[in-house]
Design a protein around this ligand. Structure first.
Ligand SMILES: N=CN[C@@H](CCC(=O)O)C(=O)O
Ligand SMILES: [Zn+2]
Length: 400
């Protein structure tokens, strides 16, 4: 069975080589077709519908049945390449304190660790599913999810197993912080041993990625030497690498990520010229998380500087109970435009193909013949309404 989708005011493919795409700077790099149509049909992976044809509506072929979107727009499903969705508990008071000037240092993570350890599997699963659903209703169809609020072998494995139920992009983050019960004496070194040893062995089968919070400015996170050890152990266990780096200060995270060919270094709030130069000559994507700066009152990262230097950028929510409890990619697009110096087109690319690249994926974040029909619907005549109508729920995953 094939389905013809018509009435598409703007079809954003994110294919910058697409023939017939609008040739206007406003839409640069987005491969936008106006008054477009798409034909989808079964036969993809898991029998999911794939794109069989796309082009101007006036040239659309016949299909078994048709759907008219009545002047709405279609974009690739948004890709949220950085989230921490497996948690319990509440830290809204910490947010309020930050709004009055208390700085963020990672210390609140322990509060979530305690609440998460105490939660039942059923409660954690329900919270996770609710958050993933919240993302879908805002246009996100691919999500990466980290562990990191368990910090014992059993609790980390449990978080990864739960995450695996809702996504294939699962990240082992035993190296989120040193847990409170291990902070004294030689506990810190012993915890790094655990993260690289028994915990890694138990977690690796349930994850694709390993991540580390590399931030010497936080007494709770990991320095360059510890981070290198953790990432190398993960790589030896068959995991691919991601890094939380340069969130609170100009630290070693970016250089380490580039040196180890990590797929992504995330935050990139404080960067030296050497960091930008290293990123520009690398395959490592700089993932910006502007919701974190919104929720911590830190300065926003400078996307313009990175893009002008030729660095590939992504944006993601970092949805977590501490630094950004927002699951909204449309909000991140708006913040990236308003606060980090991206054009609207650059921000939408960063939330789709850019974020897909940070997961080393080329099968999502684009709309093209042969790819899975992974779309989000914009309830507006132009995709530009995503940042333009900030705070208004104009984007949702298109259920086919
Ligand atoms: N920085 C480390 N991890 C999260 C914050 C987690 C928390 O505070 O609970 C982040 O990406 O910002
Ligand atoms: Zn994070």
């Amino acid at each position: 069975m094939s389905m013809l989708i018509t009435g598409i005011a703007e079809l954003v493919t994110c294919d910058d080589t697409l023939e017939g795409a609008l040739d206007e700077p406003l839409h640069a790099g987005l491969g936008v077709l106006r008054d477009a149509a798409v034909v989808i049909g079964g036969g993809g992976e898991d029998n999911a519908p794939t794109v069989q044809w796309l082009g101007p509506a006036s040239q659309a072929p016949q299909a078994d049945w048709a759907v008219d979107l009545e002047g709405r727009s279609v974009i690739p499903g948004l890709v949220d390449s950085h989230s921490h969705l497996v948690f319990a508990g509440d830290r809204s008071a910490e947010f309020a304190a930050r709004m009055s000037g208390t700085p963020y240092d990672g210390g609140g993570i322990a509060v979530t660790v305690e609440a998460t350890r105490a939660a039942s599997d059923a409660d954690l699963r329900a919270l996770l599913q609710q958050r993933v659903q919240e993302m879908r209703t805002q246009g996100t169809t691919t999500v990466e999810i980290k562990s990191g609020y368990g910090l014992t072998v059993e609790d980390e494995v449990r978080a990864l197993r739960l995450a695996r139920e809702v996504t294939s992009e699962v990240t082992y983050l035993g190296a989120h912080v040193v847990p409170p019960e291990r902070r004294d004496g030689g506990g810190r070194a012993a915890y790094v041993d655990l993260v690289c040893g028994e915990m890694l062995e138990a977690c690796a089968p349930h994850a694709r990625w390993i991540d580390v919070f590399c931030e010497p400015a936080s007494p709770h996170a990991f320095d360059a030497e510890e981070s290198r050890r953790i990432l190398e152990a993960g790589r030896d266990a068959g995991l691919e690498l991601r890094v939380h780096g340069n969130q609170l200060s100009e630290g070693p995270g970016v250089q380490l990520a580039v040196e180890l060919d990590a797929a992504s270094v995330d935050h990139c709030t404080f960067l030296s010229d050497a960091d930008v130069e290293a990123l520009s000559g690398s395959r490592t994507v700089a993932t910006l998380l502007p919701g974190v700066e919104f929720s911590t009152r830190q300065p926003y990262p400078d996307a313009r500087r990175l893009i002008d230097a030729g660095v590939q950028v992504a944006i993601a929510t970092d949805c977590n109970p501490g630094t950004c409890y927002s699951s909204s990619m449309p909000l991140m697009i708006a913040l990236a435009v308003r606060e980090t110096g991206m054009t609207p087109a650059e921000a939408l690319r960063a939330a789709t193909v850019g974020a897909a690249a940070s997961l080393r994926r080329t099968d999502v974040g684009r709309i093209a013949v042969g790819l899975r029909a992974d779309f989000a619907l914009v309830d507006a005549p132009s995709w530009l309404h995503i940042p333009y109508r900030v705070g208004v729920p104009v984007v949702r995953a298109l259920e086919l």
